[in-house]
Ligand binder design. Structure first.
Ligand code: FEC
Length: 311
């Protein structure tokens, strides 16, 4: 590592270290307000049901950061990139990641979030925290805000949609309803002209076009358990509507806004949505997540390099 190395802060949501750690994690998500016993028990039980207390997001973020490092070394060997992690709700926190970059004597860094779509409430919040710490430490830090329409992302997702369709009999393919989803956010983002819904619609349109799918729609998932209104329609309501009103029998969910296997996919789709779909007599499948897919890593390396070269 030298003064000329470029630090790469790979930012991700973060997950508890163990079931005992869920309360601390949940309190952090709730900006310091501890959950009630009931809320905590419900979350512990969701984690417990995804492979008995294992926390896949930890392993997946580690693998993605390691694979990005290898890809940067291979594709841009003329520059020295060094990856660090910074998590939103668990150690090493975003601020710690920035501190590690500065402590390594690095003077220039790029921050990227493992989420393709920008909202001021999601990616924007990661960036704000990193920017504040970088400013304190006099680190020249720039950021990748979104990569929702990058051709490598669209190709990788379209391939997964086609593979997902193959889980249904060929003759049924035109009748399979493809539902693209992403994490809901408080509906108040619409008043501020946030680009999140439009970026998600762009990704969905591009993936549908590339995979040759015309029978599709978009739904929101995993809305927070708070009093404010969240963006809808919610996937659970959509499943009921397509079954009861449109007589759809086969559904393929493609979570375009998530890039790895974690609670919101393994529980919210694979358990909650599937149980509901089965209760309606529908077959529900889900596309595979990107995780450390080489095309996704290549995309991340490319946008990181572009940001490092700019300005
Ligand atoms: O596997 C894991 O351990 C973590 C899975 C996980 C991911 C994730 C991604 C996003 N979230 C976003 C927004 C919010 C807002 C609130 C909120 C709450 C939770 C809770 C859990 C949770 N989120 Fe999350 N989110 C994940 C997990 N999220 C657990 C708390 C229980 C619950 O409400 O379900 C509401 C905060 C509040 O109470 O005020 C808002 C967004 C993303 C996608 C972008 C990103 O990855 O950063 C946006 C993965």
């Amino acid at each position: 590592m030298s003064h000329n190395s470029v630090g790469v802060l790979v930012m991700s949501y973060g997950t508890p270290a163990s079931l005992d750690d869920v309360k601390t994690y949940y309190t952090h998500i709730r900006r310091g307000v501890p959950p009630t016993q009931e809320q905590l028990a419900a979350l512990v039980s969701r984690y417990d049901s995804i492979a008995g207390g294992c926390f896949p997001l930890r392993k997946n973020t580690d693998e993605q950061a390691a694979a990005l490092q290898l890809t940067l070394d291979r594709e841009y060997s003329f520059s020295e990139y060094v990856c660090f992690q910074g998590l939103k709700h668990a150690p090493p926190f975003i601020e710690e990641g920035v501190e590690q970059i500065a402590a390594a004597g690095i003077r220039k860094a790029v921050g990227i979030v493992l989420a393709p779509h920008y909202s001021a409430l999601s990616v924007g919040a990661y960036i704000e925290r990193a920017r504040k710490k970088a400013k304190e430490l006099h680190l020249d830090m720039r950021f990748v805000k979104s990569y929702h329409d990058h051709h490598l992302l669209i190709q990788a997702l379209a391939t997964r949609v086609r593979r997902g369709l193959d889980r249904f009999p060929l003759a049924d393919h035109p009748q399979v309803r493809v539902i693209f989803t992403d994490h809901s956010l408080p509906a108040s983002i619409l008043e501020r002209g946030d680009p999140y819904p439009e970026q998600l619609m762009q990704t969905s349109c591009l993936v549908a076009k590339m995979s040759g799918v015309t029978n599709w729609q978009f739904a929101w998932q995993s809305a927070g358990r708070t009093d404010v209104p969240w963006l809808g329609p919610d996937i659970l309501d959509v499943l009921e509507t397509v079954c009861r009103q449109e007589r759809v029998k086969n559904v393929l969910i493609c979570p375009v806004g998530f890039v790895s296997d974690h609670l919101e996919v393994l529980y919210d789709i694979d358990i909650e949505c599937r149980q509901l779909a089965e209760s309606f007599g529908m077959q529900l499948e889900r596309t595979e997540m990107l995780n450390a897919d080489p095309a996704y890593m290549k995309l991340l390396a490319e946008v990181v390099h572009r940001a490092a070269e700019e300005g």
